[in-house]
Design a protein around this ligand. Sequence first.
Ligand SMILES: Nc1nc2c(c(=O)[nH]1)N[C@H]1C(S)=C(S)[C@@H](COP(=O)(O)OP(=O)(O)OC[C@H]3O[C@@H](n4cnc5c(=O)[nH]c(N)nc54)[C@H](O)[C@@H]3O)O[C@H]1N2
Ligand SMILES: Nc1nc2c(c(=O)[nH]1)N[C@H]1C(S)=C(S)[C@@H](COP(=O)(O)OP(=O)(O)OC[C@H]3O[C@@H](n4cnc5c(=O)[nH]c(N)nc54)[C@H](O)[C@@H]3O)O[C@H]1N2
Ligand code: SF4
Ligand SMILES: [Mo]
Length: 712
Amino acid sequence: MVTAVTAITTVTAATVVTAVVANTAAAELTRVVQAVCPHDCPDTCALHVTVQGAAGAERVIRVAGDPAHPPTQGVLCTKVSRYAERCYAPDRVLTPLKRVGKKGEGRFVPCNWDEALDDIARRLLAISAREPQAILPYSYAGTMGLVQGDGMAARFFHRLGASLLDRSICSQAGADALVATYGAKVGMHAEHFVHSRLILIWGSNPITSSVHFWNLAQQAKRAGARLVCIDPRRTETAEKCHQHIALLPGTDGALALALMHELIHNDALDHDYIAQHVEGWPALRERALQWPPERAAAVCGISAEEVRTLALAYGSTRPAAIRLNYGMQRVRGGGNATRLIAMLPCLVGAWRQPAGGLLLSASGWFADAKRTAWLQRPDLLDKVAAHPRTINMVTIGDDLLRPASPAFGPRIEAVVVYNSNPVAVAPESAKVAQGFAREDLFTVVLEHFLTDTADHADYVLPATTQLEHWDAHLSYGHTYAMLNRPAIAPLGQARSNAQIFRDLAARMGFAEPCFADSDEAMARGAWVSDKVDAAALDAQGWSKLATPEAPFAHGGFPTPSGKARAAQAPGLGVPDHVPNYESALSSPALAARYPLAMISPPARHFLNSTFVNVASLRAAEKEPRLEMHADDAAARGITSGHTVRVFNDRGSYVAKADVSDRARPGVVNGLGIWWRKHGLNGTNVNQLTHQRLTDIGRAPSFYDCLVEVERN
Ligand SMILES: Nc1nc2c(c(=O)[nH]1)N[C@H]1C(S)=C(S)[C@@H](COP(=O)(O)OP(=O)(O)OC[C@H]3O[C@@H](n4cnc5c(=O)[nH]c(N)nc54)[C@H](O)[C@@H]3O)O[C@H]1N2
Ligand SMILES: Nc1nc2c(c(=O)[nH]1)N[C@H]1C(S)=C(S)[C@@H](COP(=O)(O)OP(=O)(O)OC[C@H]3O[C@@H](n4cnc5c(=O)[nH]c(N)nc54)[C@H](O)[C@@H]3O)O[C@H]1N2
Ligand code: SF4
Ligand SMILES: [Mo]
């Protein structure tokens, strides 16, 4: 029922219960519950969830941004404004399901919780009695919550002695490179970008993926700042910046080196800052001197003039800020490129001002505030006979198909998936799907929907959404600790991830008291008490950490020497441009067969593969699309709307051609992670990507991929 809600009073108190006047005869009670967006997005918005109806018949009628939370400013992206649509979607899984069809067919029958949990516990116990490492948890960031993410689940798998998972699929190249350079995953505060005079938006499309940052950049623009976007794709963001440098994928390291070359040449360096707060600059300086703009321009597929102009602006404008994002590190050399770019603000002393420096991630600010060891209990591993091996989530395709061997260890016999959809999001997905289709693999998937991965499960267990459970959140884009309260009771028979692992632990005979901690106790206990203000968290749902406004104005990088590391870092040498595995320059024979570079960045209305099943959002994305430059399309007789086959040795993917200046010559853009079953030929872009890892961080190189395109 839609009733015109005329007044929702100011949100202050703990559970934020508010009386509302409705214009119906029987005014209904409405409450607003303080919550947090759970998604893998740097903005980590504070939510106001409006619930209507009496206890037992409550319904979420609105999900809105908290106007009082400074990063959120009362605004949400289109996707999460539709959160209620996702929560109440008719295809939501609301009972445990047991497989009746073949793996991958997605044919299930409902079963009851006891039957499902008893059978799962029995199967896992039987495997673990022989070899606990044959069991693999597989999870990522479906929710970023510390409780429903790797809280109770981590305790469970540690106690079991299951294989460990290297959660590397997104950001680990850039993250490890940032740690190598600054000592931690820390940087500028997003709110200070409003005062920057020059902003480089580098490998980032905030209009799609971080809309609150874009709002700050626009404020800076209105105040006279110059915005430069560095991205192979002419994104929605790029077209609104003053300048767009459309370099080839995987060439950012070369651009950074040439910028250094010019900063040296123009004597635009802050010699004093370098002398006091940077170590290893002489060695990197030598390398940079080998990268005149012409050399970089040839590698990057841009003009030397673009390099010179950018270097002049960056060397002479203060404050100058870089918003780096993970798009530029999903290539072989992503780690080295991040190290090089992260050095730029040190060389010109941009860190001296709060509105200068660089932001890739803010998550390191939470390192001392979060009780990771308590939440995850890695000490439970001490009880298992042998320290388990680690499986990289990027290579799940190969690893599911691998036989036992001394190097690999036991064959994977069981996978428990939660907060992830590997069949859609992991690279080289033909192999991932083949692995999950193994009839001898026991697979349990905790999910909201029948995703491509859930279709391969022996059991699908219905999980609660963020509207139905407790959680604690940090952010990688701001520095507020957050508390999520359940707005409504679990729908159907859904249980929270933590509850499901608690129930399994009981059946497996895990008697440690930590398995009795409630979701609420874990959400409230997630923080170190003198770092996060529990009262503020309780009252308003968020609490800001105390962090320095201009963190490195006087050096003090969290490295052993307190200096930023230009050259050597543990295990690493002087950073350099590392060419892609697949590119015209680095692999000419391959490029002769597959001459186009394909990148597959986020689609605006999806979040990775989440929301693909939400009808209104899928309608907004229309169809799997491949953006092509007019020259590349014309050479292949392709015009917009043609169905095209995109292929390489790993497989083929069918999409609708979109001939547009969003694509630069030589590069095609396959947007978003469609569910394979919603694809035009039952595949998605990851049919074409490969499992080779980045130079640093053991991360995927999704955007390092050559293809050919033809009319289908
Ligand atoms: N709507 C929406 N929002 C999202 C996501 C989503 O799928 N949809 N994903 C979320 C996730 S998981 C993450 S990790 C974050 C951050 O997610 P990112 O994947 O970093 O997202 P974007 O900000 O879209 O930035 C990627 C940009 O990098 C560009 N790019 C690709 N290759 C290169 C390259 O070699 N060099 C350079 N300079 N640029 C390159 C792409 O064209 C794209 O515009 O966003 C989150 N937000
Ligand atoms: N080609 C290509 N591939 C990519 C990328 C790319 O840019 N290009 N991006 C990569 C990146 S950056 C990332 S982060 C990964 C993302 O990979 P994933 O983290 O696997 O992300 P999603 O596809 O969003 O899948 C998350 C799933 O978790 C479920 N979920 C959400 N909340 C809960 C919950 O509370 N409980 C349970 N049990 N389930 C829940 C959702 O329904 C959803 O199906 O994909 C990577 N893959
Ligand atoms: S996905 Fe990002 S922008 Fe959208 S509501 Fe969540 S945190 Fe905010
Ligand atoms: Mo990600």
